[in-house]
Design a protein around this ligand. Structure first.
Ligand SMILES: [Zn+2]
Length: 411
């Protein structure tokens, strides 16, 4: 199992400096409709200046919009030294319709994700796979630039690139190493320097290789989850896993762990993507005590996220996690508490979950789920304290499957 745990150090975000280009000119970049009001402004973290992909708000321009209809051009690509086995549409169906359903559920219906396959067959690249020099962590230049240019040239007769918000490249699984050995899947997001097709740069492109099949027999049900992770980058979300794997956030966000049982996004990410109303987000910025009611994050409606500003760069965030919807593996329901730091870059731990049951070993038995943090939510009666910033968070009450009441006190 140690080997499988190592596998959860997964896909990699490569973001170039945020530019203004995007895959299609008719969409608006960033989270359209991000709930903001004067009451929420103390909790509005600005993005760090030297950060490639920030947790700050609003998401810089150049990424795909994350509400309304998103048209995802999806191409299945093969090579002479790795010819597609089976039909290209079979490869497509490893990811769909699950990916669009995942986004519909996670966004409470606010993201209407439309995968489109104008070329339903394998698109053969002019060079063998080996010639592109694609390996884990490969930079955009020269390998990926060449690959994107070749994809554009091969697809252009049948594709109007202006019609799409992002590009999915589903590579034939026999190209490159097994995902058990090396995960090559990668996204180039907000890349205004990308090759241009039909007058628009291919700024947001996700590449999926191999199969994230851990041999547990769950691939058909959960193997698609690499794609919502990669597409999360095209919406501007950073990686939450670090060199130590999922130890910072565990299985509480698909940007942390995308192998194994289904999981949702953190409430912070849902707010950042424009999927929560202002009335669903609380900001405890003033001195004194204030109470909030939270409903399970997976379900639509009700209070979802309480933020407690710590300093100008970070906030505490609270949400109620319970099993249901995309959160299929939650084994200890309760109030998840985490810190968001907008100055920490992708893959370096911009978000840290606090473990309400430390050194317990966790409650999950699922493979590819960071076990220790699986029971991280704080239970009724538990208190989180930050004496330095004079912040106290109490979980007052809660019912199974129902709402929880929390109290924030600032000294
Ligand atoms: Zn990633």
């Amino acid at each position: 199992m140690a080997a499988l745990a190592a596998v959860t150090v997964l896909t990699l975000a490569v973001s170039t400096s945020a530019g203004t280009g995007r895959l299609t000119a008719r969409t608006t970049a960033g989270p359209v409709g991000l709930a903001r009001s004067s009451a929420l402004s103390p909790c509005f973290l600005r993005g760090g200046l030297d950060v490639q992909m920030t947790e700050g708000l609003p998401t810089p321009t150049g990424y795909s919009h994350s509400t309304g209809t998103v048209h995802a051009l999806t191409l299945m690509v093969d090579f002479s030294d790795a010819p597609g086995q089976g039909s290209a549409l079979d490869r497509f169906h490893e990811f769909f319709p699950q990916t669009q359903e995942w986004f519909r559920t996670a966004s409470y219906g606010r993201l209407d994700y439309r995968p489109e396959t104008p070329i339903p067959t394998w698109l053969r690249m002019p060079k063998p796979f080996k010639a592109y020099g694609i390996e884990r962590g490969a930079p955009f230049d020269p390998g990926y630039r060449e690959l994107v240019q070749d994809i554009v040239a091969a697809a252009d007769p049948d594709v109007d690139f202006r019609s799409y918000d992002l590009l999915n490249v589903l590579v034939t699984p026999n190209a490159g190493p097994s995902a058990l050995d090396t995960v090559l899947s990668v996204t180039f997001a907000g890349n205004s320097d990308a090759p241009v097709a039909d007058g628009v740069p291919i700024s947001n492109a996700s590449f999926v290789y191999s199969r994230q099949d851990d041999g547990s027999g769950s691939y058909a049900r959960t193997g698609y989850r690499v794609l919502p992770h990669e597409n999360g980058h095209t919406f501007g979300l950073p990686d939450l896993y670090t060199q130590e794997g999922g130890g910072a956030v565990g299985h509480w966000d698909i940007m942390s762990e995308d192998w194994g049982a289904n999981n949702d996004l953190l409430g912070w990410h849902k707010w950042k993507l424009g999927w929560l109303d202002g009335t669903q987000v609380g900001c405890a910025g003033a001195r004194g005590s204030v109470e909030y009611t939270l409903t399970p994050l997976y379900k639509a409606g009700g209070g979802k996220l309480v933020l407690v500003p710590v300093d100008s760069r970070s906030v505490y965030a609270l949400e109620l996690r319970a099993p249901g919807g995309n959160d299929e593996d939650v084994c200890e329901p309760g109030i998840l508490i985490y810190r968001v730091d907008s100055t920490v870059d992708t893959g370096r731990g911009p978000i840290t979950v606090f473990d309400g049951h430390r050194d317990s070993g966790g409650c999950t038995r699922s493979p590819n789920v960071h076990a220790e943090l699986s029971d991280a939510p704080f239970s009724v009666g538990q208190t989180f304290k930050d004496p330095r910033h004079r912040i106290t968070i109490q979980v007052l009450s809660g019912t199974p499957g129902g709402a929880y009441r929390v109290r924030i006190t600032r000294g």
